[in-house]
Design a protein. Structure first.
Length: 162
């Protein structure tokens, strides 16, 4: 189950683009949806440091996250649920690797990047960008599949799969 469950969860991550983050900060809980790319189970997203979700992550790096689609019938629901830790990526090597994967998945993002680096100060829609890269490391990850039964969740063992 562990190997095929992990493969199913990775396939689900491959086929989706956005993750909804639940964060908690000084002003309480907040949710935000961001584009992501993943390398194994590590997930990466781009965001500006002044956003409320990033400010909350700086206060409390423990988050919850979900990846799912919108269904009209609860029996069809599938998705990923997780608790995780999130932090800004500071390693140049990891940044280059994650940004290469990000541009491969979202080619339009290349206009905001120089080779392997984030651009800052670039103006988009009349304002300067200040984009940073963040990494989500799942602590606990569940794959939900209601087609197998109501609230059917398979926990994916993450040891050795990161």
């Amino acid at each position: 189950m562990a190997a095929d469950g992990a493969a199913t969860a990775l396939d689900y991550l491959d086929r989706h683009n956005t993750v909804s983050l639940a964060t908690v900060g000084r002003d309480g809980p907040w949710a935000a949806t961001v584009f992501y790319v993943h390398i194994r189970f590590a997930m990466y997203f781009l965001s500006e440091p002044q956003t409320l979700h990033v400010q909350n992550i700086l206060t409390n790096p423990t988050i919850a996250a979900t990846i799912n689609e919108d269904y009209k019938d609860w029996r069809q629901i599938k998705g990923i649920q997780m608790s995780a830790r999130c932090a800004e990526v500071t390693s140049k090597r990891e940044t280059a690797r994650a940004l290469a994967a990000y541009v491969e998945k979202y080619p339009f993002v290349a206009q905001f990047l120089s080779p392997g680096q984030l651009l800052t100060g670039m103006r988009v829609a009349g304002r300067a960008l200040n984009v940073h890269l963040y990494r989500i490391d799942p602590i606990r990850l569940l794959y939900l599949d209601n087609e197998r039964g109501f609230s059917n969740r398979q926990e994916i063992p993450l040891e050795g799969l990161r």
